[in-house]
Design a protein around this ligand. Sequence first.
Ligand code: ATR
Length: 271
Amino acid sequence: MITAKTKLCMVIGNPVAHSLSPQMLNAAFVTCGLEFVYVACRVENVKDALMSMRALHINAVNVTIPHKIHALRYVDRMDIPTRAIGATNLIVLKENKLQALNTDWIGAIRALEEVTSLANKKVAVIGAGGASRAIVYGLKKKNAIISVWNRTKSSGERLVQEFGLHRSFALSQTRDLEYADIIINTTSAGMEPHTGSSPIPSTVIHSKQIVFDIVYTPHETKLLKIAKENGAKRIFGYKMLLYGGAASFEAITGNRAPIDVMEKTLLTFLK
Ligand code: ATR
């Protein structure tokens, strides 16, 4: 029940109406008997929204597209991963200070490690934006051999230099993708409403590979369909949301996340 003592959490973004975080987090709060509630707010001005955290005593704010990078300007503190990644997806109010965290990389690495080890694996990361930075940060920590494929080659090159990665390629240079053990799509290619497109052609995917698409709308993207047809092992995008959400839940409440309930809730709402 929502009472005068209920603690408020939210996700801010634009657009945000498609977010499944409210269902996932509210199910977790109810399961653990915690007096928290989680809503979604469409936010254009991230500065105003973050300033209101102090005014309204909002406990925690998950930050999503397009505010993950810009939001860092308005926080009081950030932890080491968040600084290295240069983006946040969770801001908590502690002792009247705004603290930025990043649980995206935790979610992605847990999703990957559920099916494979990462040390010395050749990983092809497609995309060089905020999500890619978080995943590359985590992969580096696990000693993977990382190359980046990006539509704009210069952004991929910048990422390679900044994080000390193996190589960068233009997205059109698909031949070398064959040598990857793991392929990760971090771009929005294939996301609703563009469900008919894949960031890479089917010819480069084979049965010895693992394909992870961080897009979760639709649940089974074109890339994941191709991966299945070619016999590759697959990791669905919702897993990153699930495990990143679990890390957010734990940072917000100090309780262990009820993963099974959160996953069941997500799967109910995924199409
Ligand atoms: P996010 O924070 O979700 O990672 P972003 O920072 O805007 O979003 O980054 C988007 C990434 O997806 C970029 O690497 C972008 O490529 P460019 O650097 O060339 O812009 C890539 N991207 C977006 N749409 C794409 C598409 N349809 N095909 C291929 N790459 C795409």
